[in-house]
Design a protein around this ligand. Sequence first.
Ligand SMILES: NC(=O)c1ccc[n+]([C@@H]2O[C@H](COP(=O)([O-])OP(=O)(O)OC[C@H]3O[C@@H](n4cnc5c(N)ncnc54)[C@H](OP(=O)(O)O)[C@@H]3O)[C@@H](O)[C@H]2O)c1
Length: 335
Amino acid sequence: MPLIKAIAISRHGGPEVLESLDLELPPPAANEVQVRHTAIGLNFSDINVRSGGFYLGDGPAFPIVLGNEAAGVVEAVGSGVEGFTPGERVAYAGVGGMFFENTGAYAQARNVLATHLVKVPDWITDQQAAGMLLKGLTASGMVHRCFRPSPGDAVLIHAAASGVGSILAQWYKHLGATVIGTVGSPEKAELARRRGCDHTILYRQEDFVPAVRRLVPEGVAAVLDGVGKDTFLPSFDCLRPFGAMINYGNASGPVPPFNVMLLAQKGYFALYRPGFGWHANTPATLRSACGELFELVRTGALQIEIAATYPLAEAAQAHRAAETGRLAGSIVLLP
Ligand SMILES: NC(=O)c1ccc[n+]([C@@H]2O[C@H](COP(=O)([O-])OP(=O)(O)OC[C@H]3O[C@@H](n4cnc5c(N)ncnc54)[C@H](OP(=O)(O)O)[C@@H]3O)[C@@H](O)[C@H]2O)c1
């Protein structure tokens, strides 16, 4: 059995707990495809898995190879696999379960059930595929299942230059919404405007609630919030009645417990808390959702920003960079 290099953790903690392992890679089992990774997507969820604290019940069995997302080339197929042949370019984002289950993308290669793979078209590079699939499917879930704008609707997107935020900003702009984005720096504001934001707010320098109300006195139709602790509760004051509050992440920390009566007191709101794995969780919905994403890139409606690449062996440095929040766009690890 060939040995492959992987990055794993044997305990929770900071980037220093990431360690290099040599693993034996068995041949693909029935219905599995062996994928040689060429680009691995770094997601905030990898940092959450590394740090711990997300598990209900018993904790995980260590060591855990991190990672939910990668692109690469088919090396071999197991029995029963149809539709994939060696040499084809493929990618995946999640292989079933929650983001902390069935991880293993931080490796030179991996066996993946064929049902979780998609083919990568010519116009998408491997790095783009690894940098866009999980984040794009997250955005796709919000666009298709949580809130679709009508003409004249304004939306507020927190951390609009982030990996998911910049895809949301472009997509909601493409759908005709007026897009307001909060950002952490003037450089990110510039990028967010290039990526579809009509207005940007430096939310570390000014209170975003009055700033949004100045732009849209009646309130926005939806808030898309991947920041969590620092933004969630004040965001209700930005919404118009019957608006949609969508919290999809906790980059600043978990949303604190709150009284659900708030939804009625402040404006008859809908609250969503999506998890990307639920949105496209059958082979047909996965392929259709990825097909739409790839098409949005082909037509230029969606541009995928690769903020930085790091060798897989330097995953700890990549985690440090991701945690500071100073980069804008996707981080990709190269095996
Ligand atoms: N629900 C799902 O299925 C799903 C899927 C993918 C991601 N997520 C979650 O969505 C969130 C964003 O993911 P992403 O891939 O877009 O992340 P990202 O590209 O790493 O960006 C995160 C951004 O959050 C902002 N931020 C605010 N407070 C922060 C803090 N204390 N530390 C670090 N960053 C902070 C920063 O932007 P500014 O400088 O502009 O403030 C930072 O760039 C994460 O919590 C992630 O776990 C959820």
